[in-house]
Design a protein around this ligand. Structure first.
Ligand code: SF4
Length: 208
């Protein structure tokens, strides 16, 4: 079986598992989406949503953040990891975006504080359905286990995904792969025995 056939089997299986895959972050507008993605670094979406039930009642626009000040943001997001840095950068983001619209390119988005390539791609993928696959630890792990890439870091994987998948696949695959890594091909105990792609997966520690 060649690589292209494997990729087709993989995509088909994952789309059947998660036909309606979408972001699990809660938000009411694009500004809140960007803030939620910034908050989700090293923190689960579930925890971010819990915190944002209250936080987002007050933070609906960059102007709200500027009005409330950094200390107020810090106090509201204490329950997420790295809350100090995140509060500082969310406040700076509010200051910048209170004067200009949210950028719509990776190059411009990554000029915002705490916005890296992954955050920019996730934002554009969700907000604009842009053809990007944001590579987080789940995506990086799954693609290495199946052996579509052989890389050491999510950044290296990010540089290679465009050669593995077609542009049309990237946006849809993004959420699908995250759910697959989050709930099925789990870091510590992947559910290999019950995995629809086990026959094409090269992971040497498969729990079958
Ligand atoms: S067989 Fe196991 S390691 Fe491979 S993709 Fe499935 S769950 Fe992940």
């Amino acid at each position: 079986m060649n690589q292209r056939q494997k990729i087709d089997i993989f995509k088909q299986a994952l789309y059947e598992m998660y036909p309606d895959a979408e972001t699990e972050l809660d938000f009411e507008n694009e500004f809140q989406l960007l803030v939620a993605i910034i908050m989700s670094a090293q923190t689960t979406d579930k925890q971010v949503n819990k915190v944002n039930q209250t936080f987002f009642q007050h933070l609906k626009s960059p102007a709200d953040g500027v009005k409330m000040w950094e200390e107020w943001i810090r106090n509201h997001i204490r329950a997420v990891n790295f809350f100090n840095n995140k509060a500082k950068n969310i406040f700076k983001t509010c200051e910048i975006l209170s004067h200009s619209p949210i950028p719509r390119s990776i190059e411009e988005l990554t000029k915002l504080p705490w916005v890296g390539i992954k955050t920019a791609k996730v934002f554009l993928g969700v907000a604009d359905n842009a053809p990007y696959l944001g590579v987080d630890t789940h995506v990086h792990r799954v693609l290495n286990r199946v052996w579509f890439v052989k890389t050491k870091t999510p950044l290296e994987t990010d540089a290679k995904v465009a050669k593995v998948f077609t542009t049309d696949d990237l946006a849809k695959l993004h959420h699908t792969l995250i759910l697959f890594g989050r709930y099925h091909c789990i870091a510590r105990k992947p559910k290999c025995g019950d995995c629809p792609v086990k026959d094409i997966c090269n992971y040497k520690n498969k729990n079958i």
